[in-house]
Design a binder for this molecule. Structure first.
Ligand code: SAM
Ligand code: SF4
Length: 474
């Protein structure tokens, strides 16, 4: 494949920088949130229809508290009707924090001399993964700065190392990546290591704002960043994650930017992003940003509810940047994945613990609870924590879409697989009280499955987990 950085074209396929700011601004300015329209749009979403940018803009412009409550209620209903109670858990693992870019909001930026720079050696990486396995983690996202040291080959090698670590009953079954974007050949190399999702966040879809925050390094190039996941798709990576860093520019603009990005991927590659992330800006060592665009907690939760309604069948990821209380509130709107037991300082999982050190991490996290506390809390609130990786491993790609659109998929596959991975966790890692609580939730969920064959099959698998078998799935 020949990639032409001038025109962002690959052979006959133009890589179009598909964001038109004028279009987004016009849509936002023209969207009138009458009560009638807002209710009509919510019910379209509850009918499992994806919203147009114009419809989403109407929800974004609604500020009347009663309408805002309708929007949140709509998102809660969509979650209950479609997704049920499962929450997939993962953990981030920072492999290297050298960076040649200078994103003003990030503790890793090249001009931040306070940051302690580290790239994990192979041995250190193995040690971190062992510690994560001992907590019960099965899904990781590897995170890297953007640096010549972190080539596609290096990332692919790190992925292979992680898959190769097996401590006790532990293993990592899915490795996602959050790293700088590559050209097509680079993405192909990473793909061959068997990655899950490749995430690249646009940070802000607004060009001028983007230019202000990204003054150096390759990331300065807005179009290169914007077309990253097109190159990933061209390299055969059809499982991609998009995101915007909320707090860099007007949050309403960013939501429409994300929806435009979804539209683009669906139109060109016939598959939307697997996940959308919506990190909110947090304190970081020597960071600078424009406080005008800070989102209040209320705006942030409203934003997630609108996103849920706008893209009903895309996975939403909520990270430990947010404190536990806000995570609780937002979980009700249909978040599909959260991290638990998160530490983001370099070498933190094998380290001695202690308070967060901003000079050894990218930003401050708000929810540093251990995985066992997060699990306990989820179970207490009758969420089913899941470490499931079955769809991905049986080639059922686009699983989030299937959950949404294939009748019975959740009951037949997702819930049973989630319960099997929960039982594995309870057997191998939970303390006594937590184990009993977890099994009570499993029993209650089983009772709710009625008496069909899938329940009998599941009971059989759960018994096999109890007697020591692992990695069973439908
Ligand atoms: N270096 C890679 C890149 O830029 O794509 C990896 C990204 S970084 C390690 C993961 C994400 O963290 C960034 O894309 C950004 O959205 C987010 N981030 C950076 N600084 C942040 C901050 N101060 N608060 C919250 N999120 C931040
Ligand atoms: Fe580097 Fe990524 Fe941080 Fe920017 S956000 S400074 S690219 S690590």
């Amino acid at each position: 494949m020949i990639y032409d950085p001038q025109s962002y074209a690959i052979e006959d396929k133009p890589m179009v920088p598909f964001i038109d700011e004028g279009e987004i601004t016009r849509i936002l300015e023209g969207a009138l949130p009458t009560r009638e329209r807002v209710l009509e749009i919510i019910s379209r979403s509850l009918d499992k229809k994806r919203l147009s940018m114009h419809e989403a803009a109407i929800l974004l412009n609604a500020t009347d508290p009663e309408l805002v409550e309708e929007i949140k209620r709509g998102a809660r209903r969509l979650k209950e009707q479609v997704y049920g109670k499962r929450i997939v858990l993962f953990a981030p693992l920072y492999v290297g924090n050298f960076c040649s870019n200078n994103c003003t909001y990030c503790g890793f930026r090249s001009e931040n001399r306070e940051q302690k720079r580290i790239t994990l050696t192979r041995q250190e990486l193995v040690r971190e993964v062992e510690m994560l396995q001992e907590m019960g983690q099965k899904r990781l996202i590897l995170v890297f700065g953007e640096h010549p040291e972190y080539s596609a080959e290096f990332i692919a090698e790190s992925v292979r190392t992680v898959y190769g670590v097996k401590k006790g009953n532990g293993e990592i079954r899915r490795v996602n990546i959050n790293a700088a974007p590559f050209d097509i050949d680079g993405f192909s190399i990473v793909k061959q290591a068997g990655i899950g999702t490749y995430q690249v966040f646009q940070e802000t879809y607004h060009r001028d704002a983007y230019a202000r925050y990204h003054s150096a390094g390759k990331k300065r190039d807005y179009n290169w960043r914007l077309t990253s996941l097109d190159r990933a798709q061209e390299a055969g990576i059809d499982d991609v994650g998009i995101g915007a860093l909320f707090g860099l520019y007007d949050w309403r603009f960013e939501v429409l930017g994300l929806i435009r990005h979804v539209n683009h991927l669906e139109a060109v590659y016939h598959v939307g992003p697997h996940t959308i992330s919506f990190p909110r800006l947090k304190k970081a060592s020597n960071a600078a940003y424009d406080s005008r665009w800070e989102l209040s907690d209320e705006e942030f939760t409203r934003m997630v509810a609108i996103l849920r309604l706008a893209v009903p069948y895309t996975g939403l990821i909520l990270t430990a940047r947010e404190p536990a209380l806000i995570r609780h509130e937002i979980l009700k709107f249909g978040v599909s994945q959260i991290d638990g037991g998160t530490r983001i300082e370099m070498r933190a999982y094998s380290g001695e613990g202690g308070p967060q050190d901003l000079d050894a991490e990218q930003f401050e996290i708000g929810d540093p609870r251990s995985l066992s506390v997060v699990m306990d809390d989820l179970i207490e609130h009758e969420y089913i924590p899941s470490f499931c990786t079955a769809c991905y491993r049986t080639g059922r790609t686009g699983e989030h879409f299937m959950e949404f659109s294939v009748p019975g998929h959740i009951k037949r596959l997702c819930t049973p697989n989630a319960l099997i991975t929960l039982a594995e966790y309870l057997e191998d890692y939970a303390a006594n009280g937590a184990k009993e609580k977890g099994y009570r939730l499993i029993r209650k969920t089983l009772d709710g499955l009625g008496n069909d064959r899938s329940k009998t099959l599941l009971e059989d698998r759960l018994a096999r987990v109890k007697s020591g078998e692992r990695d069973l799935y439908f």
